[in-house]
Design a protein around this ligand. Structure first.
Ligand code: NAD
Length: 491
């Protein structure tokens, strides 16, 4: 049995206890407390933001050229990679994701730092077209201290996605990890300090959302919030940001459709659908949780999916062979179970799953079997609301032309999957669907170079890509007068 670790905050580069209540970090594998984590009070938040703003003004940092800042980011990427196994194990312990997935998330965090470093070195500032006797330019400045607020489902990758571009842009960053998964964020903070980032720029402030998170959002010194999490929280943060007239980026929930056209390669489609909805135990914003299959293939597809789902290994996420670990918490599992009960009330038929697995090593954790439901109407609550668990609704369709309307019939617009051998057909469909990302004959592939975000209630703004750094900068116009004669006004 491993001992309970005590974790302090990182306030402007300094590890110290917090003034907020101590938060237990619970392993979802067996419900045991693995760490006691200090939380940041509003006073701690104020200290971190004030120090961050001061560190941003330090001439040594302000004057550091992009390629010099890029060296620090490269170093951070290398340090993350050096500790890949340790970070992955820590994250698996904290949020229960299988080790194969947490390794991929840590590798993605390292890749993000390297990509952002390379992009930073190659970003241009531009001369703009003059309309008078002057030279005009567009340059970019750091926007100001950035609050990076993240959820529990993909920690370290989510935090890197915000911290790397925010630091590249020259800002202080204040990371507020989720209550359920603060450990890797604290380790990331230490890595950034080891990489040589000025201490004042780095704060990691665990705590309750309505206390620590909201203190950050409301703080007058915080000049941008980059938020990933649920739509209700995003709406609240957006309202506060509107009052402050502060830019905000919101990566929110989803209820993503996957469409299997009659000409799809079914071997590929079955694997892709399975991975799309059941990897991360369905706790993924982009989970492909609604499957539209042509009626002619519906029964075959359901049979194959059920058989494949029943072969998935549920168990200790530290084991290499595990496909699905536990859900994040007992409360979250109860929420998923309530949706499965609702599905029955709405006319759905559970074809597999719909219950907790039993057996050695499973009873103390928050495990849930992969669940496939047929017979629901696409307008039912189960098909419109985000469950954020391993639950797939299979819906037959007949008219391909009606697919965009069916796929778009939720408040969300995050992602979509299309399986077809006909690339022209898939392309036409992809362009008609309201989603921030479309995967054709693949699913859940994500590149640091490709913009990511949602439409409708899935969010506002985009992360990643070269423009991802600009999102943390304020554009400034600079004019250089070239006229030999004084201005002719008041003569
Ligand atoms: P959540 O909204 O409950 O919490 C997210 C973060 O916000 C946490 O750090 C939390 O402490 C903080 N928070 C909560 N209330 C706050 C407040 N009033 N002010 C400031 N901060 C506050 O979400 P969650 O349950 O942690 O994560 C699951 C949700 O995240 C799902 O809806 C999922 O779809 C979404 N998500 C979206 C993406 C994306 O990129 N679009 C990625 C991952 C997860």
């Amino acid at each position: 049995m491993s001992a309970v670790v005590r974790e302090d905050l990182i306030v402007a580069g300094r590890r110290r206890p917090g003034r907020g209540a101590v938060l237990p970090s619970i392993s979802p594998v067996d419900g045991r407390v693995v760490a006691e984590v200090a939380t940041a009070s509003p006073e701690d938040v104020d200290e971190a933001v004030t120090a961050g703003a001061a560190a941003m003004r330090d001439p040594a940092w302000r004057g550091m050229l992009p390629h010099e800042r890029a060296r620090l980011l490269h170093r951070a990427g290398a340090l993350i990679e050096d500790d890949l196994e340790g970070l992955a194990r820590l994250q698996t312990r904290d949020n229960g994701k299988p080790i194969t997935e947490t390794r991929a998330l840590v590798a993605s965090a390292a890749g993000t730092f390297r990509y952002v470093a390379a992009a930073l070195e190659t970003l241009d500032e531009t001369l703009t077209t003059p309309r008078g006797p002057y030279l005009s330019m567009s340059v970019y400045e750091p926007i100001g201290p950035v609050a990076a607020i993240t959820p529990w489902n993909s920690p370290i990758a989510s935090e890197a996605q915000k911290a790397a571009p925010a630091l590249a842009a020259g800002n202080a960053v204040l990371i507020k990890p989720a209550e359920w998964s603060p450990l890797t964020a604290l380790r990331l903070g230490e890595i950034l300090l080891c990489a040589g980032m000025p201490p004042g720029l780095i704060s990691v402030l665990p705590g309750a959302g309505p206390v620590t998170g909201e203190a950050l959002v409301r703080h007058p010194g915080v000049r941008k919030v980059s938020f990933t999490g649920g739509t209700a929280t995003g709406r609240r943060i957006g309202a506060i940001a509107a009052e402050k007239l502060m830019p905000v980026s919101l990566e929110l929930g989803g209820k993503s459709p996957t469409i299997v056209l009659p000409d799809a390669d079914l071997d590929h489609a079955v694997k892709g659908v399975l991975f799309g909805v059941f990897s991360s135990h369905g706790q993924a914003c982009v989970a492909g949780s609604r499957l539209f299959v042509h009626r002619s293939m519906h029964d075959e597809m359901v049979d194959r999916l059920v058989a494949a789902a029943e072969r998935l290994v549920i168990g200790d996420p530290d084991d290499e062979g595990t496909h699905m670990g536990p859900l994040i918490s007992a409360e979250h599992r109860e929420r998923v179970e309530a949706y499965v009960r609702l599905a029955a009330e709405e006319g759905g038929r559970v074809r597999t799953g719909g219950e907790r697995p039993r057996g050695a090593g499973l009873d103390a954790g928050f495990f849930y079997r992969p669940t496939i439901i047929t017979g629901l109407d696409h307008g039912s609550r189960v098909c419109r609301e985000e469950i954020f668990g391993p639950v797939l609704a299979v819906l037959p369709y007949e008219d391909e032309d009606a697919l965009p309307a069916l796929a778009d019939a939720t408040p969300y617009g995050l992602a979509c999957g299309i399986w077809s051998r006909d690339y022209r057909r898939a392309w036409r469909l992809a362009r008609r669907i309201e989603a921030g990302t479309v995967w054709i004959n693949t699913y859940k592939q994500l590149s640091a170079a490709t913009p990511f975000g949602g439409v409708k209630e899935s969010g506002v703004g985009r992360e990643k890509g070269r423009d991802g750094i600009r999102a943390y900068m304020a554009q400034k116009g600079v004019y250089w007068g070239l006229d030999e004669a004084p201005m002719r006004w008041g003569d």
